[in-house]
Design a protein around this ligand. Structure first.
Ligand code: AMP
Length: 543
C-alpha cells in the first residue's frame, strides 16, 4: 500500500524560493573586485537569479544537462550562478582556479563546458587557456561595464549587462529530482581529475543533514562566513544550507588571509565559519602576532584535513568551539562530524580532546565500514584499522564520463574512500592516514597524521608533515618535515625529545628536516606527492 503524501521533487530552486519569500530581508555581504563590499538580500538574490536564468535560456540557449563552468570566489554573483544554472536544469561546474592551467583546460574540455563565468582576475588565465578549449562558446566576466577588463577573448560578455532588462520573476521548471545539478572535479594523486556529478535530491538531502545538531549545528542566530571556497565541494554545502535555514551570509571573495578574515568576522558579527586547517593556521598566527581577539565567532567547522590538537585549543582559548568534520568531494562532502555531546562534554579535558581529534561519527544518511585488504569487514573496536568504505544518498555512485575511475572506486555499491581509519564502539571514526601516505615500518603501520599532530603541538612548530623514506631494515621509516614559526630557534633533537612519550617509541621519526614552506594542494592540504619529490634525494641517517 502506498502512503498518501504529496510527491514533490526535491529541487534546488525550492531553496532559493524559500529564502526569497521567507527571509526576504536577510542579508548577504560580499567582497567583490568591482563593487568593494557589496550588500544584498535573499529577495534580491532571488530576482537576480531569475534574470540570469532568463539570460542563460534566451541569449545562450542553455537548457537541461548543459554545463556552465565557473572560475570564481565566494560572492553574491557566484551564488546567483549556482541557483540560476541548476534551477533551469543545467549543470553548474565549479572549477578550482588553483589547479595547474593544464588541469583546468583538461577539466573544461572533459566537462564540455558551453560557457565560462569568471571573476575579472581570471581573465589572463582564460586567455592563456583559450587555444586549448574545445567546447566553450563564450566567456562572461563577473563585473559591471565600468570595470570590464581589456581582453583578447572572443565572445566576451559583461555579467551585469547580461542581467539588465531581464524579467525578475521566473516559474522555475519542475523535473526529476535525480537530474544532475552541479559538477566538481577532484584531483587524485595520479591520473587526471575526476568529475563528481551531484543531483538535486542529493544536494537537498545533504543540506538538511549538514545543519543537524550532530553535524554543523547551524542555529537561527548564526551569521555564516564560508571560508571554504565555492569551488571546493560546493563550499561544503553551506551555499544551500544557509538559505535553507534563512541565515545571513558573509562572502569573503578572495580575501582569505588572517587579517582580512578577522576584519570581516568582526565587522559583520560572524558567529559560524568553516574551512581547512591551512586557512585557520593563517588566522591563528595573525591573532597571535597582533594580539587581537575574536569577539563574535562562536563555532568553526574544520575539515578537509586533520586539525592538530593545538589548533582546537587555540580556538577554544578565543572562546570558539571547534566541530571537526570529515568528508570528501565524492560525499557532497559531509560524512562524519565530532561535536561534543553531553557525555563527551562531561569528560576531563584530556579525554574530550581525544574525541575532538577523531573525525567523528557518521551523520544520519551515511553508512560506513572499514575493511581489510581482502575486503572483509573489521570490528569497530577502536583498534583495527582498515580502508573506509561509505554509501548513502549524497555519495557518488561513479565518476562523470570515467568508467575506469568508477570501477576502481565503487565496490559492491560502496565507495572506497582511500582513507584508513579505526572506528570505536561508540561509532567514532579516526583517520590514521590516506592509504597511500601510511608508513609501513617492519610490518607495523605508523600514522603520519598522529605524528604531524604531535609535532605541531610544539610551540615553535608552525606546520609539519611526515613522509615515508626507504629503509634497508624496516622497509620504510618516518621523516618529519617542519616549518618553524618566524624567529624560532628550535633544533631537530629538541623536537624529537618533545615527541617522546607522545607516540609509540618505534613510531618516532628517524630525522627532522626544516623547510621554509610546505607545498599545498589546490584545496589547501599538504601536497605529500610534491613533498616526496622535493625530498627524493634525501637519505635517512643510517639508511
Ligand atoms: P577533498 O575531496 O578534496 O575534500 O578530499 C577528501 C579527503 O580529504 C578525504 O578523503 C581525506 O583524506 C581528507 N580529509 C577530509 N577531512 C579530513 C579530516 N577531518 N581529517 C583528515 N583528513 C580529512
Amino acid at each position: 500500500m502506498q502512503g498518501l503524501m504529496m510527491d514533490r521533487p526535491l529541487l534546488i530552486s525550492s531553496i532559493l524560493e524559500h529564502a526569497a519569500q521567507n527571509h526576504a530581508n536577510t542579508t548577504m555581504v560580499s567582497q567583490t573586485a568591482d563593487l568593494g563590499v557589496h550588500r544584498t538580500t535573499y529577495a534580491e538574490l532571488g530576482q537576480r537569479s531569475a534574470q540570469l536564468a532568463h539570460a542563460l535560456q534566451s541569449m545562450f540557449n542553455i537548457g537541461i544537462g548543459d554545463r556552465i563552468g565557473t572560475l570564481a570566489w565566494n560572492d553574491h554573483r557566484h551564488f546567483e550562478l549556482y541557483y540560476a544554472i541548476s534551477g533551469i536544469g543545467a549543470i553548474c561546474h565549479t572549477i578550482n582556479p588553483r589547479l595547474f592551467p593544464e588541469q583546468i583546460a583538461y577539466i573544461i574540455n572533459h566537462a564540455k563546458d558551453a560557457y565560462l563565468f569568471i571573476d575579472p582576475m581570471f581573465v589572463p588565465l582564460v586567455e592563456q587557456l583559450a587555444p586549448q578549449l574545445e567546447t566553450v562558446r563564450g566567456v562572461v566576466v563577473l563585473s559591471d561595464e565600468a570595470h570590464m577588463p581589456d581582453s583578447t577573448l572572443a565572445n566576451l560578455h559583461c555579467y551585469e549587462s547580461l542581467l539588465e532588462g531581464q524579467p525578475t520573476t521566473i516559474e522555475w521548471p519542475t523535473f526529476d529530482e535525480t537530474t544532475a545539478s552541479s559538477l566538481c572535479y577532484t584531483s587524485g594523486t595520479t591520473g587526471n581529475p575526476r568529475g563528481v556529478l551531484y543531483h538535486h535530491r542529493s544536494t537537498v538531502l545533504h543540506s538538511l543533514a549538514l545543519m543537524m545538531p550532530n553535524a554543523l549545528g547551524l542555529m537561527p542566530s548564526d551569521i555564516e562566513l564560508p571560508v571554504v571556497p565555492m569551488f571546493h565541494a560546493n563550499a561544503w554545502g553551506l551555499v544551500y544550507a544557509c538559505p535553507m535555514a534563512g541565515l545571513p551570509m558573509v562572502m569573503p571573495g578572495p580575501k582569505l588571509d588572517g587579517a582580512s578574515l578577522v576584519e570581516q568576522f568582526e565587522r559583520e558579527g560572524v558567529t559560524h565559519s568553516a574551512g581547512v586547517p591551512t586557512i585557520w593556521l593563517g588566522l591563528l598566527n595573525y591573532l597571535r602576532e597582533s594580539g587581537k581577539k575574536l569577539t563574535t565567532l562562536r563555532r568553526v567547522a574544520i575539515g578537509g584535513a586533520a586539525p592538530p590538537q593545538s589548533m582546537i585549543e587555540a580556538f577554544e582559548d578565543q572562546g570558539v568551539e571547534v566541530v571537526h568534520a570529515w568528508g570528501m568531494t565524492e560525499m557532497s562532502p559531509l560524512g562524519t562530524a565530532s561535536p561534543l555531546d553531553a557525555r563527551a562534554a562531561a569528560q576531563p579535558v584530556a579525554e574530550r580532546r581525544r574525541l575532538q581529534i577523531k573525525q567523528g561519527r557518521c551523520v544520519w544518511g551515511v553508512e560506513m565500514k572499514i575493511v581489510d585488504d581482502q575486503g572483509q569487514s573489521l570490528p569497530h573496536d577502536g583498534e583495527a584499522s582498515g580502508l573506509v568504505m561509505v554509501r548513502g544518498p549524497w555519495i557518488a555512485s561513479g565518476y562523470f564520463r570515467d568508467d575506469e575511475a568508477t570501477a576502481e572506486a565503487i565496490q559492491d555499491g560502496w565507495l572506497a574512500t582511500g582513507d584508513v581509519a579505526t572506528i570505536d564502539a561508540d561509532g567514532y571514526m579516526e583517520i590514521t592516514d590516506r592509504a597511500k601516505d601510511v608508513i609501513k615500518s617492519g610490518g607495523e603501520w605508523i600514522s603520519s597524521i598522529a605524528l604531524e599532530n604531535a609535532a605541531v603541538a610544539h610551540p615553535d612548530v608552525a606546520e609539519a608533515a611526515v613522509i615515508a623514506k626507504p629503509h634497508p631494515r624496516w622497509v620504510e621509516r618516518p621523516l618529519l618535515v617542519v616549518v618553524k614559526h618566524a624567529q624560532a630557534e628550535v633544533g631537530g633533537d629538541q623536537i624529537l625529545a618533545f615527541l617522546e612519550g607522545k607516540v609509540a617509541k618505534w613510531g618516532l621519526p628517524d630525522d627532522v628536516v626544516f623547510v621554509d614552506e610546505l607545498p599545498h594542494t589546490a584545496t589547501g592540504k599538504i601536497a605529500k606527492v610534491r613533498l616526496r619529490e622535493q625530498l627524493q634525494d634525501y637519505q635517512l641517517p643510517g639508511a
